[in-house]
Design a protein around this ligand. Sequence first.
Ligand SMILES: [Zn+2]
Ligand SMILES: [Zn+2]
Length: 240
Amino acid sequence: MGLQGALQLLYPPQCISCSAPVQSDFGLCADCWRETPFISGLVCDQCGVPLPGQDASERALCDDCLTIARPWDRGRAALMYDENGRRLVLALKHGDRMDLARPAAGWMLRAAQPILKPDMLVVPVPLHWMRLFRRRFNQAALLSRNIAKAAGLDHCPDALIRRRSTGNQDGKTRDARFANLIEAFAVPKSREKQVRDRDVLVVDDVMTSGATFAAASEALFAAGARSVSVLGLARVAKGG
Ligand SMILES: [Zn+2]
Ligand SMILES: [Zn+2]
């Protein structure tokens, strides 16, 4: 028995959602897999929301992306933000389940396959330092670090900073969310060289209205990014 086998006897792999024993490391048991709303099939090329139909030969866009300004190029998400998708996101956010980041990054990378470019720079949506101080870690940065590592891409955790606290977006209308985030982000002078002429992948845990990704994209383009694509762990179906 190799070391791996010995470790598996000591620490049998568990489902990351319900702790039932599973065959492989870092996965979900069959029941949790069924209850987790993974996104597959035809999706909107800009926000990753599932679309009816099968034909993926043309670039498909959802109604929101046809009507709302989306300054980024392409986007994907791994899960819908409901049922077990919501539970997993909240567990990661509240910091007691940081072990979720690695499998979650794997699911996100799978969803992102069509939009990945070689030499992409992976960048997390930042927390305001006040919130970072309270929460002690940024779940988006945890995801982006795992994604960059697994894909062999460059990671720049501080390419974006929050210029001001934007408070909580929950309960705001879509227009209010966008208004609240105008010029909320910036690329600090010290990171402009890394961002200029790069294809950037912005990572966040949840995409709701897209206001956060829009503000982050604008800051990256202002710093000279060549292209910006976005990747969320979970997509809220209706941004409100
Ligand atoms: Zn399970
Ligand atoms: Zn869309």
